[in-house]
Ligand binder design. Structure first.
Ligand code: GAR
Length: 217
């Protein structure tokens, strides 16, 4: 199935760009119908326009509640024929108004290995905690914050000399790989929900164990 994507983005939009590139390159059977931002200055809007998508600002200051805001977002998504909603660096929590309008069709990327480190601006917390691996997660969105069923994750090592910025950059490179891949699995109709688990049909499992630092013996 060819997906018609509505991409919600608050900032730079490098994940949006990876999706636009995958669509243009033929590795993702989708088109970006509309980019919607809560931030009029988001560079993501320019990226969308440059690729021929509609780009719309829905300013949260014009709504009395998050639900009212999401009602306006849903109207724009419908107007542009979106069938799948992609949260690509979208910094607002979505409400049931959006989730109920697109059941099991709202997908988010998070720059950590969920369920660890939900929330925003988490790379500093990752370093402070001292975990040896971080990564990123693409998941279906449910009513919680970063709690929905996980579609795909990528793992990156944390280095002793990392800063939040160097870690963020390493994670972001993997985000740009797994987000288009997750959407392509969806486009191929290969994702099946079994409780909290998202199963890939036919399966395509990863193999291999990672150690950081290396196990020498
Ligand atoms: C990405 O790292 C994304 O995972 C994160 O914001 C960044 C947006 O970058 N999203 C969240 O933290 C959502 N809670 P981008 O605008 O360059 O795609």
């Amino acid at each position: 199935m060819n997906l018609s994507l509505g991409v919600l983005a608050s900032g730079s939009g490098s994940n949006l760009q990876s999706i636009l590139d995958a669509c243009a390159g033929g590795s993702l059977d989708a088109r970006v119908a509309v980019v919607i931002s809560d931030n009029p200055d988001a560079y993501a809007l320019q990226r969308g326009r440059a690729a021929g998508a509609a780009a719309v600002v829905v300013d949260p200051r014009t709504s009395a509640s998050r639900a009212e805001h999401d009602g306006k977002v849903v109207a724009v998504l419908r107007e542009h024929g979106a069938d799948t909603v992609v949260l690509a660096g979208y910094m607002k929590l979505v409400t049931p108004v959006l989730l109920d309008a697109f059941p099991q069709r709202v997908i988010n990327i998070h720059p950590a290995l969920l369920p660890s480190f939900p929330g925003v601006h988490i790379h500093g917390e990752v370093l402070e905690h001292g975990v040896k691996f971080s990564g990123c997660t693409v998941h279906f969105v449910d009513a919680g914050m970063d709690t929905g069923p996980i579609i795909i994750q990528a793992v990156v090592p944390v280095r002793d000399d990392d800063t939040p910025d160097t870690l963020a950059a390493r994670v972001l490179r993997e985000e740009h790989r797994i987000f288009p891949q997750a959407l392509q699995y969806l486009a191929e109709g290969r994702l099946r929900l079994a409780g909290r688990r998202v199963l890939l049909d036919p399966p395509c499992p990863s193999s291999g164990t990672l150690h950081n630092p290396t196990v020498c013996s």
